[in-house]
Design a protein around this ligand. Sequence first.
Ligand code: ADP
Length: 247
Amino acid sequence: VEEQYRQAQKMEALGQLAGGIAHDFNNLLTVIGANAAFLDQAIAADDARHTDVDEIRGAVARAGALTRQLLAFSRRQPFAPRELDLNDVVQGAESLLRRVLGENIELVTRLADGLPAIVADRGQLEQVLLNLVVNARDAMPDGGRLEIATFAAADGGVTLRVRDSGVGMSAETQSRIFEPFFTTKEPGKGTGLGLSTVYGVVGRLGGRIMVESAPGRGATFTIQVPPPTAAPAAPAEAQDETGPSAG
Ligand code: ADP
């Protein structure tokens, strides 16, 4: 509990810092990009330096993508929790997820019948699914199998399980995956923000996330979402994000 709380505070602080830096950085990128475009026009068509300018513009584009991700991570998006059916969210995202996974990864969904409703923000749940699926894809460069399953939990809540047949993780990696900016991916491929975002969303739902993995044995992420509390959710307009519950 203590550890969860510390993690939440660390994320909050890092999120604010990242957001501030990303915003200013983005303005600087605009200047670099505009000047590169100007140079591109200023030099003759057959000038070999077009390659250099293209490199600058490519780097600007990649840096822009990174800052957008940072901004999305730190932004306090309007949080609109509603009663919804998790199966519905999975089914709605399925075609997008298939496209993300590509042809070499088989996607299997096993959705439980009679799943109780949960109270959550649909967009955030979609983001959770997308982040887990992107990671699973990256863990299966030679193809494999991804299973997304839902279960009714004994406490009246629901469980979401995402299991892949990918490269898996060492215990040491597992202990750090929810830290903001922790990544084992090559520069430009990973930001290390995916799972910390997932962690934040699950925390706001009062839920828990667990991982089971071993090198070469795939990875299983299990998210438990508690049943809606007796008290009705606050109106969406007035709701502000709060940190992960300490429970
Ligand atoms: P990123 O994807 O940008 O690296 P994440 O926070 O989403 O950031 O993930 C952090 C790290 O957790 C990844 O770099 C990877 O080492 C590990 N990881 C996450 N999901 C999986 C998975 N399904 N299989 C193996 N490793 C994973």
